[in-house]
Design a protein around this ligand. Structure first.
Ligand SMILES: Nc1nc2c(ncn2[C@@H]2O[C@H](COP(=O)(O)OP(=O)(O)OP(=O)(O)O)[C@@H](O)[C@H]2O)c(=O)[nH]1
Ligand SMILES: [Mg+2]
Length: 367
């Protein structure tokens, strides 16, 4: 298997569109035409730099090595009024979920307040022209008029545009898997999708988020394995909150409780549950309201079904209902996928109706 690329979710690049080609100064030289008129063509347009959202990418790693990205310059104008070739556009492919900020060139330090959001690449295939190529300069043929029969000058092409961009990836996934280290998030993602995050019996095995696609019938949902959540993560404990931001833009959370830790270490899963919820809420209060599917994972380890029922009773008393799942044996997988799809579908419908409400003119907009 190909080694996965290291995960990078911040990058700074400079993009420069192509300069326009220069106009040409030229004269017709044809047999039998004395004093040939001006015939210098225009320069070609410079190429644009485009950003393209691509769901097959999951990291900004490539861009760390490509700090400066240019589009091609337009070619100079030619003789016989030939316009120079346009410069080729350059496409920069970025993961879906990349937020693109432009730095204010006048600001001394690039901090948030001095940046503006240029585009949020939320949909696969979305394209955005971030710098436009310069216009080509007019050739001298353009300047001929009644009083100026043989203009001996042409215009230079316009320079390309330069922009300094900060790219910040916040994964967009339908479902985010959360839970303590070792809860079995990566195993579950492997069982549900083609993703191959590393699995091992120690905490913090997964050091970076990974995405998998889960398919059922015609539906396709993207699931993110969010590593590194522990008590204090929002204050920087463990891997800290660096990955909490990748939970922000998921529609539904699947919260895994580790029956293995309950059986072998006697861990209180209600405490575990509360601890993760607290971290999510401290990072961003809205995360507390996100639809959540609770899962008791690793059911294959349970030898005393009554103890499991007692645990479920305790959860119920706390107002919680959990699905029984084993990422290892596949138990409960089908029901989990159905539940995920249903929650995601509901979340999408809710987003749509919120959008229509926002876009239909209300009283205030009409004033
Ligand atoms: N018996 C059993 N073991 C499991 C199950 N799921 C995961 N495990 C084991 O639990 C350990 C941790 O699994 P991972 O999938 O790496 O857990 P994780 O939540 O991704 O852990 P981190 O990446 O460290 O946060 C591994 O030894 C797995 O083999 C399960 O359903 N049943
Ligand atoms: Mg993992």
């Amino acid at each position: 298997m190909k080694n996965p690329q290291p995960f990078v979710d911040e990058a700074a690049i400079t993009v420069i569109s192509g300069a326009g080609g220069n106009g040409m100064v030229g004269y017709r030289r044809e047999k039998f035409v004395a004093n040939g008129g001006p015939s210098g063509g225009d320069g070609g347009r410079g190429g644009n730099v485009l950003l393209v959202a691509n769901r097959n990418l999951n990291t900004l790693t490539d861009l760390q090595r490509r700090r400066l990205i240019r589009a091609q310059n337009g070619a100079n104008g030619g003789t016989s009024r030939k316009t120079g070739a346009s410069g080729a556009h350059t496409e920069i492919h970025l993961p879906v979920g990349t937020l693109v900020y432009a730095r204010d060139p006048d600001a001394e330090l690039a901090v948030d307040a001095q940046e503006e959001l240029v585009v949020d690449l939320t949909e696969h295939g979305q394209r955005f022209t971030v710098t436009r190529g310069g216009n080509g300069g007019f050739g001298n043929a353009r300047f001929k008029n009644a009083t100026r029969q043989t203009p001996d000058f042409a215009l230079k092409g316009r320079p390309g545009e330069t922009r300094e961009l900060r790219l910040s990836l916040k994964l967009l996934a339908d479902v985010g898997l959360v839970g303590f280290p070792n809860a079995g998030k990566s195993t579950l993602l492997r069982g549900l999708s083609e993703a191959r995050p590393k699995v091992a019996s120690y905490p913090f095995t997964t050091l970076t988020p990974s995405l998998g696609v889960v398919e059922l019938d015609d539906a396709r949902i993207v699931v993110a394995d969010i590593p590194g959540l522990i008590e204090g993560a929002s204050d920087g404990a463990g891997l800290g909150h660096q990955f909490l931001r990748h939970v922000e833009r998921t529609r539904v959370l699947v919260h895994l409780l580790d029956l293995g830790a309950w059986l072998t270490e006697g861990r209180d899963l209600l405490d575990d549950y509360a601890a993760i919820r607290r971290e999510l809420g401290r990072y961003q209060p809205e995360l507390g309201e996100r639809p959540e599917i609770l899962v008791l994972n690793k059911t294959d380890l349970v030898t005393d079904p009554e103890a499991l029922e007692d645990l479920e009773d305790r959860l119920r008393k706390a107002g919680l209902r959990a699905l029984r799942v084993s990422g290892a044996s596949g138990e409960g997988k089908a029901e989990l996928v159905r539940t995920m799809l249903q929650s995601v579908t509901e979340a999408v419908a809710a987003e749509r109706s919120a959008e229509t409400e926002a876009s239909s003119p209300g009283e205030e907009d009409r004033k």
